[in-house]
Design a protein around this ligand. Structure first.
Ligand code: LIP
Length: 322
């Protein structure tokens, strides 16, 4: 297997994220000027635009030119039938626009998500939200950082010393409506949402009454916000490896706990901590991430992360995404 220079790859990923960001903002201007349309993928809640496809092409060609022997898995080439398997080879996993609905509407939580997997483990992650100017980046073992127009200098993630999180009542959580709106899945989602947010004192059985909920429409940016510490938890079933690969590296480097399904989480909390991101978790389409939690002295509190994961999963009705 070819050896890789992760510092060089990170630098290159940041460079292409900026180029892709320019293509996304220019694409948006053209779209709004020309009142351009979009295509539906599996249903009316799953969209693709010309800008998704052009941005993926730009990123793919740049990677091909620089690293011709690397593998590539991209959302739009996958949708077009080029469904490469994840192997041990150095592999780029890209979502050219995560938050396509936001992109179409002009809601600014839109990003390019660039993940790089080596020996089956996500090791580089770069997320760039061009309308916000937020860049998140990480290399395995090298920590995670963020830059923004307000703070152009690199700031380590999490942005502040991790505070405690004694219970769900202090938690700002993110989950998404996703694109599967079938009756069965909606019933499980809404039951889960009710338990996570409902007031048990008013009769919501199992209600955890989380402090608040956000649905920003981008899995990658949800991961990034948990990494920075501005969200406490993010959970979603149904997104794909390209939505989460970069975010997983950034989150893990920021001290978050990243787990997959309920069964995986159950196993993880009784194994060595923090859990590694295996290929099964990366491609498993069930994701839960909890921010770095500190104890009263500010020391990392692994037990608190485990408690939050267990409480969260008690409230979840899990299903297998189609
Ligand atoms: C989106 C995800 C989001 C999910 C949407 C969609 P896209 O990705 O990031 O979390 O809820 O259904 O999959 O399609 O904008 O790249």
């Amino acid at each position: 297997m070819s050896t890789v220079n992760l510092d060089e790859i990170l630098e290159f990923a940041v460079e292409i994220a900026h180029q892709a960001g320019k293509a996304i903002t220019e694409g948006s201007e053209t779209r709004f000027k020309n009142a351009a349309g979009f295509d539906e993928k599996k249903n009316t809640a799953d969209l693709v635009t010309e800008t998704d496809q052009n941005t993926e092409k730009l990123v793919y060609e740049a990677i091909q030119k620089r690293y011709p022997d690397h593998q590539f898995i991209g959302e739009e080439s996958w949708a077009a039938g080029k469904q490469a398997k994840l192997t041990d080879a150095p592999t780029w996993i890209i979502d050219p626009i995560d938050g396509t609905t936001n992109f179409v509407k002009g809601f600014p939580f839109v990003c390019i998500s660039i993940g790089f997997v080596y020996k089956s483990e996500p090791v580089i992650g770069v997320i760039f939200a061009p309308f916000l100017g937020y860049l998140y980046a990480a290399k395995k073992g090298g920590g995670a950082y963020m830059t923004s127009p307000l703070h152009p200098e690199r700031r380590s993630l999490p942005l502040v010393q991790p505070p405690p999180l004694p219970s769900f009542k202090q938690a700002l959580i993110a989950f998404e409506w996703g694109s599967d709106r079938s009756k069965e899945v909606m019933a499980q989602k809404t039951r889960t949402f009710e338990r996570l947010t409902g007031d048990p004192a008013s009769g919501v059985e199992g209600g955890e009454m989380a402090l608040g909920v956000r649905s920003i429409g981008s899995a990658a940016l949800n991961f990034a916000h948990v990494a920075s510490g501005s969200l406490d938890v993010y959970w979603e079933i149904g997104c794909w490896a390209w939505d989460v690969c970069a975010g997983m590296v950034i989150a893990k480097e920021a001290g978050c706990a990243v787990v997959g399904s309920k069964a995986h989480a159950q196993n993880a909390v009784s194994s060595s901590w923090p859990p590694v991101v295996s290929p099964e978790v990366l491609t498993g389409r069930k994701y839960l991430v909890v921010r770095a939690i500190g104890d009263k002295e500010g020391k990392v509190d692994a037990d608190a992360q485990k408690r939050i994961i267990q409480t969260f999963y008690q409230a979840v009705d899990e299903w297998d995404p189609k």
